[in-house]
Design a protein around this ligand. Structure first.
Ligand SMILES: C[S@@+](CC[C@H](N)C(=O)[O-])C[C@H]1O[C@@H](n2cnc3c(N)ncnc32)[C@H](O)[C@@H]1O
Ligand code: SF4
Length: 416
């Protein structure tokens, strides 16, 4: 790949030079345990495997150490880590002591920033005040609660095991423990969900004054009970128009309440954008550790074996648990960087693109974007390219134009 280095590196992301961000990583630690499986969920997570928690944590500790070794930068020191994210599954099913050992291993293997964002996903109903206080003491500074809905009937329909009141208690306990950055996940477009129920859920959520909200439209995933019930006609999925209306209603309400829609599904108060998730949308390097976790690092995308027992066995003999790997052509990296950035409100920063790939964005994509540009799906103010209001509704049209077809990809690889 041609390396083009301008005299000064762009500093529009986190106020840091792009060159420094490209040398750092974000760490994702996957915790594949849940008390029960929600009826809609197809994440790599398992009910009934709680006895595996300790052997799994030990395997994860080994993988963190191995990753720190092979991801060392050229100078031989430890690779810098800017964020750590405990995701799941239900990471709050780990003990404080297990989380402490995992964080200690990250700090031994990587140069973790003193002010790193350290997030943990948690289910309401699994948290106590002392547990949350202990997490804060360990340096966990962002909590993401899977609230989903404030309607008790919908919570049951989803297979959630918590009540609306558990959400309120969890938020209060998190604030009392000193969490200054708190996210609530909510789902919409649920079977049987009315606009009035969605409005009520949003208002109840806003009463709790979270710093961040992630709103996900239900995807009926193959292999889940929801999928079977829809096939059997026992469950009627929400209507697309109603989903769009719910999204637009939420956006207006949240913007009015001071939350900016900084990515399609995410809203934050100023300064509370999730830095870890921004890593993905800026297509910066990340390492996913744990069963089934995905990484993007060194021009490759790769993933671990999914099954926790298999993962534990491999790590017990210090083998890397990688299952699949794909080398990303330069063209693919350019296309993905543009697509991910166009999902964000700020859009794609053209000077950063040029710095990163040594190629002007329009040289790469001008021709292929001509049709959607003429159709008014894009707007550009010189430095930033973003989707127009109409473009946000038809984002996929733009993204498809950016993806290379196989012939093009071959010719780029030959030239590269
Ligand atoms: C990794 S999950 C885990 C969070 C945590 N275990 C919980 O459920 O409370 C993150 C979020 O993805 C969303 N989600 C999961 N499955 C989904 C689906 N099929 N469609 C839309 N959103 C989904 C939920 O809002 C969930 O909180
Ligand atoms: S608690 Fe979260 S990860 Fe676990 S099954 Fe439910 S949605 Fe999936």
């Amino acid at each position: 790949m041609t390396t083009f280095m301008p005299s000064a590196s762009c500093t529009v992301f986190f106020g840091e030079p792009l060159s420094a961000l490209l040398e750092s990583v974000s760490l994702y630690l996957h915790v594949p345990f849940c008390h029960t499986r929600c009826y809609y969920c197809d994440f790599n997570t398992y009910a009934g495997l709680l006895p595996l928690r300790e052997p799994y944590v030990q395997a994860l500790l080994t993988e963190i150490t191995l990753a720190g070794e092979w991801a060392r930068p050229a100078n031989g020191g430890r690779r810098r880590a800017r964020t750590i994210y405990f995701g799941g599954g239900t990471p709050s099913l780990l003990s404080v002591e297990q989380i402490q050992r995992l964080l200690d291993a990250c700090s031994a293997a990587f140069a973790v920033d003193a002010e790193a964002e350290i997030s943990l996903e948690a289910n309401p109903g699994t948290l106590s005040g002392p547990y949350l206080q202990a997490l804060r003491t360990l340096g966990v500074n962002r909590l993401s609660l899977g609230a989903q809905s404030f309607d008790p009937h919908l919570l049951r329909l989803l297979g959630r095991t918590h009540s609306p009141d558990d959400i309120v208690q969890a938020v209060r306990a998190a604030r009392a423990a000193g969490f200054l950055s708190l996210n609530l996940d909510l789902m919409f477009g649920l079977p049987e969900q009315t606009m009035a129920q969605w409005r009520e859920t949003l208002l109840r959520a806003l009463e709790l004054e979270p710093d961040h909200l992630s709103l996900y439209s239900l995807i009926v995933e193959e292999g889940t009970p929801f999928f079977t019930w829809v096939q059997e006609g026992r469950l009627v999925p929400a209507d697309d128009d109603l989903c769009a209306e719910m999204y637009e209603y939420a956006d207006a309400l949240l913007q009015e309440a001071g939350y900016a829609n900084y990515e399609i599904s995410n809203w934050a108060r100023p300064g509370h954008e999730c830095r870890h998730n921004l890593t993905y949308w800026l297509n910066l390097p990340y390492l996913g550790l744990g069963a089934g976790a995905y990484s993007c690092f060194g021009g490759r995308r790769f993933s671990n074996v999914r099954e926790p027992r298999h993962y534990i066995r491999l790590l017990a003999s210090r083998q890397r648990p990688e299952a699949e790997s794909e080398a990303l052509s330069l063209e693919m990296q350019m296309a993905e960087t543009a697509i991910l950035a166009l999902r964000t409100a700020r859009g794609l920063h053209l000077p950063s693109f040029r710095e990163r790939f040594g190629l002007d964005f329009w040289q790469f994509a001008g021709q292929r974007l001509q049709r959607v540009s003429e159709a008014g799906l894009l707007e550009c103010d010189g430095c930033w390219l973003r989707l127009s209001k109409r473009g946000r509704l038809l984002g996929n049209e733009v993204f498809l134009c950016l993806l290379p077809d196989e012939d093009e990809q071959k010719s780029w690889e030959e030239e590269g």
